[in-house]
Design a protein around this ligand. Structure first.
Ligand code: CA
Ligand code: CA
Length: 444
């Protein structure tokens, strides 16, 4: 009798917990489109058939160094740099600012002696800026979009472009995995109400090939107004969109098939034209950058796109490693990000509150979740496609990182959703109700 009574006591809160959880499935389902990130509704980013893999709305007061570098890709450590011997300008971190909801890359007349690519230093007359995602974000295929306001001062050359993640060496003679893809470039001196798009491959030496994508130029209604410039990159095909209208297409040779990084930059005194110093400083403004992956290409995304630095263990062609900070993970409740050098990419999300929930939509056949375990960890429920998979006790008498927290097991290949819910329950040894999410591996 004593035993059965105890069981009933244990059973009752469990039933209540699961009923609440089932209620949350519906609630969270409705919550997906209104969850806010940086004050902007996720619904603003929604792109049917795609998943958001990277974005920056530039809403803060400084550049997000988790996403961007503010120096040229040929340099490092925020070093001002001159890229070619013909340039009369240096890329300088000080000319990159974030304010008023925008990234601002400013060209200014302000001589500087800086390092030159290939060695040595030189004094140039102008300073400007560049940001890029080298070693921070890279992807193969997908939709790359930025909302940009071009500058007016003459002889400026703003650009929104992609480069091979592994460096220019990836642009090989046969087209190779990589290519420079110029989604949008604009020369203020002469282009008027049109922008240009190009592809370059074969290296930058005598084998350089490429040129304009399609008919090269895309009309814009007003060069000095805001426009959305986008690339749709698929296997063997590049398409350029301006304000949602397809303007260019390139198929066949040179279309890259390896990871690329994003660059926003502005050259000065370009095309051999002089600047008019009285028109400077002037800036290109970027409202946002958003990158998506086609849901049907997610298998490809798992094979190297979205590759992340510091992967603690093998990532092969069939595995995608996703950090807890990935924008596709939807956190609801009082989850908090936290830094810890012992974790994957030095961070994790933690929860200690009943019904804190996260949702991971993915395409694949299996998901494994990894995180920390310690004496303060409690129990969570894991749902796959809205069905309870299991409850998991993450308690460990000794703290341990990179622990397998749960595994969906094999599923039919396709679109799935994993949901985790904090049950705020624990075993008698545990000291708390914490849950730590650190890293996810998705298998195709
Ligand atoms: Ca913005
Ligand atoms: Ca992490």
């Amino acid at each position: 009798m004593w035993k059965s009574g105890t069981r009933r006591k244990l059973f009752k809160p469990m039933v209540t917990g699961l009923l609440l959880v089932i209620f949350m499935v519906a609630l969270v389902g409705a919550y997906v489109v209104v969850v806010e990130e940086n004050g902007v509704q996720a619904a603003d980013f929604a792109k049917p058939g795609y998943v958001l893999t990277f974005h920056d709305e530039f809403d803060g007061n400084s550049l997000d160094y988790n996403k961007w570098n503010d120096w040229d890709i040929n340099f490092g450590n925020r070093e001002p740099g001159i890229v070619t011997t013909s340039n009369d300008f240096a890329y300088c971190p000080e000319n990159v600012r974030v304010s008023g909801g925008c990234l601002r890359i400013t060209a200014s007349r302000n001589p500087i002696t800086a390092a030159q690519c290939g060695g040595g230093t030189r004094t140039v007359n102008y300073r400007t800026g560049e940001i890029n995602t080298k070693n921070k974000f890279q992807q193969t295929y997908g939709w790359f979009e930025a909302r940009i306001k071009l500058p007016k001062a003459r002889a400026l050359y703003p650009g929104f472009w992609l480069m091979p993640a592994e460096g220019v060496g990836m642009i090989d003679e046969n087209g190779g995995a990589g290519a420079e893809v110029d989604i949008m470039e604009y020369e203020t001196y002469w282009m008027g109400n049109q922008v240009t798009s190009s592809i370059w491959y074969g290296g930058y030496g005598s084998n350089l090939q490429g040129g304009g994508i399609g008919s090269t130029y895309s009309p814009i209604s007003d060069a000095n107004d805001w426009h959305v410039y986008a690339l749709n990159w698929e296997p063997g095909k590049l398409e350029i969109y301006v304000d949602g209208v397809k303007t260019q297409e390139h198929t066949g040779e040179g279309v890259p098939y390896g990871d690329e990084i994003i660059i926003l930059s502005m050259a000065v005194a370009s095309w051999g034209k002089p600047c008019l110093d009285s028109e400077l400083p002037d800036a290109m403004l970027v409202d946002y950058v958003r990158v998506y992956q086609k849901a049907s290409h997610a298998a490809r995304l798992q094979s190297g796109g979205q590759r992340q630095q510091g992967t603690p263990s093998g990532q092969d062609a069939t595995t995608m490693v996703v950090n807890d900070s990935h924008p596709c993970i939807i956190y609801a409740g009082s989850w908090m990000p936290y830094n810890n050098p012992l974790t994957y990419r030095g961070d994790f999300h933690y929860s200690k509150t009943l019904l804190d929930t996260y949702i991971i939509p993915f395409v694949g056949k299996r998901l494994r979740a990894y995180g920390l375990k310690d004496r303060w960890c409690g129990m969570v429920a894991v749902f796959v496609d809205n069905k309870l998979l299991k409850t998991v006790d993450c308690y460990s008498p000794k703290p341990a990182a990179y622990q397998l927290l749960y595994d969906t097991g094999n599923l039919p290949y396709g679109e799935h959703t994993v949901m985790l819910v904090n049950l705020r329950q624990k075993n008698p040894e545990a000291l708390g109700y914490y849950h730590y999410a650190d890293e996810f591996r998705i298998y195709r």
